[in-house]
Design a protein around this ligand. Structure first.
Ligand code: MG
Length: 260
């Protein structure tokens, strides 16, 4: 009798302390989700004004992905043909929204990536519809590009976020018309035979020389609706996003990568 009472007591304590997990505590089915269910607005990252760092030349062992002349290192993601974005005569290129995303011809595992991007000075729009682009690492995981200089959005979707996952530590944006720099150190995932992560991908990002992602664990794919999914993959290209928002397209320059 005493033992029965004790067992009942243990069950009661477990129940009250949440030790018995209710099935409803798990994530909702992604089919029933709305976009805003995975958007977290607060707290907003603190604003930090970046210092004046010099960039623009690649180290000797880097693969130059854009040197100001042409997009020969890139193809269109839809059909694998020429990239089709606009190369300007000032050493930059601009997203061409109607031709879609572009990606590197070469695939990568672990790397250090340097990439510069500029929001047009006369950008309009708000939240996610203001200079939206992005860098998909290994074609899977989006490091967000957006104008968040005086533009609030959900923090896990702002510039420097791992989209819909991890907000940047701070907001180090330069104003529209000035060049932003991402320096990325990326460690590719290792998979088990069953397709789950033995080691998930990790990412460190400096935005204009300011640390915004510190060896952050990437939880899975970065999707607009739903939660991250673990999808087994090998080496993959760097893909640049042509986002469908109505604001003016952004530009890029000086892109290089070092395999690690
Ligand atoms: Mg984006």
């Amino acid at each position: 009798m005493k033992k029965k009472l004790f067992n009942l007591f243990v069950l009661l304590v477990l129940f009250l302390s949440g030790g018995i997990v209710n099935a409803q505590d798990t994530y909702p089915e992604s089919g029933k989700m709305e976009p805003n269910m995975s958007e977290f607005w607060l707290p907003q990252p603190e604003i930090v004004t970046p210092g004046n760092i010099m960039t623009n030349s690649a180290p000797s062992d880097a693969i130059v992905l854009f040197d100001g002349k042409d997009l020969s290192a890139w193809v269109n993601s839809k059909d694998g043909r020429s990239a089709g974005w606009t190369v300007n005569n000032n050493g930059t290129f601009t997203v061409k929204k109607d031709v879609g995303d572009i990606q590197t011809k070469e695939s990568f595992e672990n790397f250090q990536l340097h990439i510069e991007w500029c929001i047009p000075k006369d950008i309009a729009g708000s939240s996610q519809s203001r200079g939206n682009s992005g860098i998909f690492l290994q074609n899977k995981y989006e490091l967000q590009i957006l104008d968040n200089y005086n533009n609030k959005t959900y923090s896990n979707g702002q510039a420097g976020s791992i989209y819909k996952q991890t907000r940047p530590l701070v907001n180090a944006m330069r104003p529209p018309g000035e060049w932003n720099v991402y320096d990325v150190i990326y460690t590719a995932p290792i998979f088990k035979d069953d397709g789950s992560y033995r080691m998930p991908p990790h990412i460190t990002v400096l935005h204009n020389g300011v640390l915004i992602q510190n060896n952050t664990t990437i939880l899975g794919t970065t999707t607009y609706i739903g939660f991250p999914k673990v999808v087994k993959h090998g080496a993959g290209p760097i893909r640049l996003q042509s986002h469908g928002d109505a604001s003016k397209p952004i530009s890029f320059r000086n892109i290089w990568i070092r395999k690690l």
